[in-house]
Ligand binder design. Structure first.
Ligand code: FE2
Ligand code: FE2
Length: 518
């Protein structure tokens, strides 16, 4: 709502008042929590007007309503809104049913006109409908008398809310008196500072929400690259924060004196959401490589086809033998033996291709022997397996060959590179360092930087444990079966012994059953 700014010059305010207003202004702009800020606005306004009660209304985003945001009243001991929870009272409509401006309610009138209203006794005041006030009084055994309603106008000349103060009290007698002209001027001045502080606070809050939503959208895009690892980042972030909150909770042990502030928790949450952002550059067929022979598709079917060709050629040879030299049954038998051997070799390759079991030197020798079989296509004789197929099938663990492993591990370096370039606010300046160090190991053998011991932050160590636990328990990976929780914890215990992951965090993780938070 945009209105012309009214004159606020006044002879009622002296230098002491200005000093006080300035102090309040500084305090208001220092408060980062919006609920506490709104409570502070009402408390301060009540304090220098000596008002028994006060209400803060905020205009809804569509400017159609005034929302009850904070209600305070000392006599009847009421504290509502802000840190005391949301107020569910019906809102004040800015317009009547016929679309005309609602001037009958004193608060909407102040918001519409931008004018302050100062009333000596609401029960005898003309021009406004105070039925709501009377109802409140009846229900609470209260008597509302003097009232001051002041619009809150921000630096962009927009009315963003209304401050309503009830029953100014005589400091000596405690009797209800009228709000003085001086009180009105002071409140107008405070309302304007409060409006600016609230607008800034809301702006920062909105930008933080935007940043967080943007980060989550990118993280989801990374997760979406693979139908198998979908949800990994979300689960790692969830688990990371469960560990951090547990560290804040514990009163004994190695983390008794460690506590993350609200800003540090926010920074860690963002880092966890961004830890695998570098995977945005990892090709999908490598992220998801389900079988050793997979490139953009699984080449095992090609080998199967070649085997079928060899078998067909053998069969043709056998048929010829039967026709021409029926007496030479021995040859036919040996051909049938070869076909049987081919079937067995194909079954062996199919099993090896899954990458679920360790491939040892004996297996590799067998792969090489099978590779030498010949097959014929358009008169050209070729080995059954290409060099690249032998290399991929000979991968001892999992499905990734050395080159592909490098591409995968490179995601941590990409995470570092990408995040280091972003101008995060000062309180989030370590996001890149925390996020990119989740594959570092305490003994210095991790990547991308080979950080060792104390050089790996506590935050990175937490993300590392969350990441490992999620990865080894995930049931949805194509290249391996998800381990059960006891199996996963056993593997992680070995990683502690090998000095890969943080022993204290792991102990807390197990003792406090933090892993259940996923
Ligand atoms: Fe990672
Ligand atoms: Fe990860």
């Amino acid at each position: 709502m945009r209105l012309e700014k009214e004159s606020q010059s006044s002879s009622y305010i002296n230098s002491d008042h200005i000093k006080r207003i300035t102090e309040i202004g500084v305090a208001l702009s220092a408060e980062k929590n919006i609920n506490r800020l709104m409570e502070m606005i009402i408390s301060e306004a009540r304090s220098f007007t000596n008002a028994d009660g006060g209400t803060l209304y905020i205009i809804s985003d569509d400017e159609s309503e005034l929302l009850f945001t904070i209600i305070q009243n000392d006599s009847i001991n009421v504290r509502m809104g802000g840190t005391h929870g949301r107020i569910t009272w019906p809102c004040v409509k800015m317009k009547n049913d016929d679309g005309s401006p609602n001037h009958s309610n004193v608060s909407s009138h102040a918001a519409i006109t931008g004018q302050a209203v100062n009333i000596d006794d609401v029960y005898s005041a003309k021009g406004f409908n105070f039925s709501g006030t009377r109802e409140f009084d009846r229900e609470n055994g209260y008597r509302s008398k003097s009232m001051m309603v002041v619009p809150m106008r921000n630096h962009e000349n927009e009315i963003i809310g209304v401050l309503q103060l009830i029953n100014a009290l005589d400091p000596k007698t405690g009797e209800v008196i009228s709000f003085s002209r001086q009180s009105q001027e002071m409140t107008l001045s405070l309302a304007s500072q409060a409006a600016v502080a609230l607008t800034n606070n809301q702006l920062i809050h909105d930008l933080e929400i935007l940043l967080e939503s943007f980060i989550k959208a990118i993280a989801s895009a990374v997760d979406e690259k693979s139908p198998y690892t979908g949800g990994h980042i979300r689960r790692v972030a969830q688990l990371t924060m469960a560990v951090a909150h547990k560290i804040n909770e514990v009163k004994s042990g190695p983390f008794a004196d460690t506590s993350f502030s609200m800003d540090e928790l926010k920074e860690l949450r963002m880092a966890a959401w961004l830890h695998d952002i570098g995977k945005i550059t990892t090709p999908e067929h490598i992220v998801d490589k389900a079988k050793k022979l997979e490139t953009v598709y699984d080449r095992i079917n090609e080998i199967k086809a070649r085997t079928e060709i060899i078998k067909r050629d053998y069969q043709m040879k056998a048929n010829k033998e039967v026709k021409s030299r029926a007496q030479h049954k021995i040859n036919v038998k040996s051909i049938q033996k070869e076909i049987k051997a081919l079937d067995e070799e194909m079954r062996f390759l199919e099993k090896i291709n899954t990458g679920t079991e360790y491939t040892d030197n004996k297996d590799i020798a067998k792969i090489k022997k099978i590779a030498k079989r010949k097959w014929k296509l358009n008169g050209r004789i070729m080995p059954l397996l290409t060099k690249d197929e032998i290399l991929n099938l000979s991968v001892p663990f999992g499905t990734l060959n050395k080159k592909e492993e490098k591409v995968v591990t490179n995601h941590a370096a990409v995470t570092k590179k990408m995040l280091s370039q972003l101008p995060f606010p000062k309180k989030m300046s370590r996001i890149a360092a925390y996020a990119s160090a989740h594959h570092e190991k305490i003994d210095g053998t991790g990547y991308p930087s080979g950080l060792k011991g104390e050089n790996i932050s506590l935050q990175a160590r937490i993300i590392a444990i969350a990441d490992i636990f999620e990865a080894i328990t995930a049931k949805d990976r194509p290249y391996k079966k998800g381990k059960s929780i006891p199996e996963a914890l056993k593997s992680m215990k070995d990683m502690v012994k090998d000095n890969y992951i943080d022993a204290n965090i792991f102990e807390l993780f197990v003792k406090e059953k933090v892993y259940q938070n996923m």
